[in-house]
Design a protein around this ligand. Sequence first.
Ligand SMILES: Cc1cc2nc3c(=O)[nH]c(=O)nc-3n(C[C@H](O)[C@H](O)[C@H](O)COP(=O)(O)OP(=O)(O)OC[C@H]3O[C@@H](n4cnc5c(N)ncnc54)[C@H](O)[C@@H]3O)c2cc1C
Ligand code: SF4
Length: 331
Amino acid sequence: MNSFSYVRTDDVATAVHEMAMDRAAKFIAGGTNLIDLMKENVAHPSRLIDITRLPLDKIEETADGGLRLGALVKNADTAYNEQIEKRYPLLAKAILAGASPQLRNMATNGGNLLQRTRCYYFYDTATPCNKREPGTTCSAIDGFNRMHAILGTSEHCIATHPSDMCIALAALEGVVRVTGKNGERTIPFAEFHRLPGDTPHLDSNLQADEIITAVDLPAKGFSDHYMYVKVRDRRSYAFALVSVAAALEMDGDTIRQARLALGGVAHKPWRNVEAEAMLGGKSATKENFQKVVDFIMRDAKGFGHNTFKIELAKRAIVRALTQAAEMGQQS
Ligand SMILES: Cc1cc2nc3c(=O)[nH]c(=O)nc-3n(C[C@H](O)[C@H](O)[C@H](O)COP(=O)(O)OP(=O)(O)OC[C@H]3O[C@@H](n4cnc5c(N)ncnc54)[C@H](O)[C@@H]3O)c2cc1C
Ligand code: SF4
């Protein structure tokens, strides 16, 4: 049994101070991922710093016409917020594609960003894993890797990032607000999560003493043309094999601007801004979508059990773009 101490904090400054005092401590929010990791002996914090009472539980307007999502707003409250449903329906749809109603009622926005991979070997402490224990090896590369990544992998780790919410936040270009002992800073969503490289134990660029306080959504929500496609083994309570968040700005049949983010294929939400730019000024045709898909997937690499994901991702992207473009059209 691993013993740990527990402290509850009421303000952000105290939470940051408590973390700076003990680097083996962990913040706990909804606990839906951290408690599982502790029970499986994957995480063994010396101390739990309970942040559930911090005043970060609101969704507010920002000065530039966007919305600020507090880190402690529950995933369910975010998805069913009237402004989110109206202005950022892509985000609502992605959140509701994840987990189960019970989990979404507990899970927080901050915790969702920092949930850890669902790689089976990461959870199985009897097997080597570079993410859990740096310098051992990766059991998935030559093992059972059906859920694993096909883009941005390294010889040290082929794990995927598991969140649905984060795929929509990547497409919407959210900005993560954090506070640490050196004060506040912001991290654009594309720079928040990391590829594995030779440091697969690091999932994000959040510093050890920093806490997420909010995620800001820019004013533009792509509410007229959007789609979140999640392909999974079961219709609910299952992580994505492949997911796609597509957001389009249309002028008739012509695409003015496109955003695309992929889940289930890489160690972070996967975007390719060059591919998105290829769609600007083009008609929303299957042929144009296919060219972009081939460009995005040109470096994709399978590891045996997961090689099917390359074709699956291609088809899911075309489907998401087609459905996003067709929204609101009379049949
Ligand atoms: C059975 C099951 C199925 C699931 N299916 C899906 C799915 O299909 N799609 C999906 O997207 N998710 C899924 N999830 C994951 C779920 O969404 C996450 O567990 C949840 O979002 C984590 O939020 P939390 O508040 O419970 O985090 P916690 O478990 O409390 O914390 C997670 C991590 O984040 C850190 N942390 C939390 N808040 C902050 C903060 N504000 N600042 C800094 N660090 C912080 C903690 O220290 C910890 O390391 C599933 C989970 C389960 C158990
Ligand atoms: S893919 Fe990553 S998390 Fe999974 S066993 Fe390999 S190193 Fe560990």
